[in-house]
Design a protein around this ligand. Structure first.
Ligand SMILES: Cc1cc2nc3c(=O)[nH]c(=O)nc-3n(C[C@H](O)[C@H](O)[C@H](O)COP(=O)(O)OP(=O)(O)OC[C@H]3O[C@@H](n4cnc5c(N)ncnc54)[C@H](O)[C@@H]3O)c2cc1C
Length: 334
């Protein structure tokens, strides 16, 4: 159970910058993100791409911007629940909020800030008859703790960066590692493809190209999979884990059920302070909509600054709030 001033749903760039703006006003933050790492779209979709429209940085790699935002937030000691989806928000009698994740983690908070971007990144799943039966019993779509796979047999499916990177990483962790890909060429970075080929040559990875997963086997838990190649040959592989890494697609998900005014998959806000129609709940970044909205990181940063002032006034309605420059006041750590 976590108790905090502000619960921020979404640890993308905008949620991360909100920690800083709220921290300047002495408000403590807890962040929840469904992804296993912080950074939202920047970490998940384009960590190695340079961004050219962050003020003060002629160019900066998306991953580097995320590192910098974490450094900037550090003095305010934010806490995180990663790899869990925020499912429900309930208002308690005293006006504060009780939030719960899909894993049952509870957060008690005075204010809620939704910085959920395009929504939850939901895994793209292969179409296999008994897939859901083995979810959590051998089938996983994200690797939250690589140690779980130590000395286990693992099959990864996919041909993008995620499949290649995890194949390289788990080659020295799993007792037996197999990569299955439906084509002969990969979509991922060339140097990762070369590394995987080296591991195959060293006998550390079994590679099956031009192959699809055909069937999952097991009873209470996964025991094996069958793959089928383009000549219709079927090959059975014993395995403890099957991890299809076919990418993630964003879905608004549970946010749609929280009583907020939604327009075309985005939350309507008042641009005065980015408050929603529900008192005490704010929405910033790609998740919100208002006339003239631009889905840009720098716009999300501006929204975070105004939201912080609004959230402070909501929590302390009688307190006087004066804008203080950081050059004058510095950054007062918690
Ligand atoms: C390829 C590409 C290039 C881009 N280039 C630029 C650029 O050059 N300049 C620019 O300004 N912008 C660029 N953008 C857009 C920019 O990435 C977004 O504007 C920015 O990521 C929005 O940040 P955010 O924090 O609002 O949301 P996101 O980065 O989307 O993060 C939201 C987070 O919320 C989480 N989440 C959602 N719902 C829940 C829930 N219920 N429970 C738990 N977690 C949840 C998600 O998992 C996600 O991690 C680009 C986007 C793409 C895809």
């Amino acid at each position: 159970m976590v108790k905090t001033d502000v619960c921020i749903i979404g640890a993308g760039p905008v949620g991360l910058f909100a920690i800083f703006e709220l921290g300047l006003l002495k408000l403590r933050c807890h962040l929840v993100d469904y992804l296993p790492q912080v950074g939202g779209q920047l970490s998940e979709i384009y960590p190695k791409k340079p961004i050219y429209d962050i003020p003060g940085f002629p160019d900066i790699l998306a991953g580097e911007l995320v590192d910098n935002l974490m450094k900037q937030a550090e003095p305010f000691k934010p806490s995180f629940t990663l790899g869990e989806r925020l499912e429900s928000i309930e208002r308690l009698e005293d006006g504060t909020f009780e939030l719960e994740t899909n894993e049952g983690s509870k957060i008690f908070s005075k204010v809620v800030v939704i910085a959920g971007g395009l929504g939850c990144f939901a895994p793209r799943k292969p179409e296999l008859e008994n897939l859901s039966h083995f979810e959590g019993k051998g089938v996983a779509y994200m690797i939250l703790d690589p140690e779980k796979y130590r000395d286990k047999k693992v099959v990864i499916a996919g041909g993008g960066d995620s499949a290649l990177d995890w194949t390289i990483f788990l080659a020295n962790v799993a007792s037996e590692l197999t990569l299955v890909h439906r084509r002969t060429s990969f979509r991922g970075a060339l140097d990762s493809v070369e590394k995987v080929k080296d591991l195959v040559a060293q006998g550390k990875v079994n590679l099956h190209l031009n192959s699809n997963i055909n069937e999952l086997h097991g009873d209470q838990k996964l025991e094996g999979i069958s793959i089928i190649d383009k000549d219709k040959n079927i090959n059975k592989i014993d395995t403890d884990y099957f991890i299809p890494l076919f990418g993630l697609s964003p879905k608004l998900g549970p946010i749609a059920n929280w009583g907020l005014n939604i327009d075309k998959n985005a939350i309507e806000v008042d641009v005065k302070d980015y408050s929603t129609n529900v008192e005490g709940i704010y929405a910033i970044g790609d998740i919100n909509t208002y006339p003239g909205k631009l889905k840009l990181i720098l716009c999300g940063f501006h929204e975070a600054a105004l939201m912080a002032q609004g959230a402070y006034k909501y929590i302390y309605p009688d307190a006087k709030l004066n804008l203080k420059y950081t050059t004058v006041n510095g950054v007062q750590a918690f």
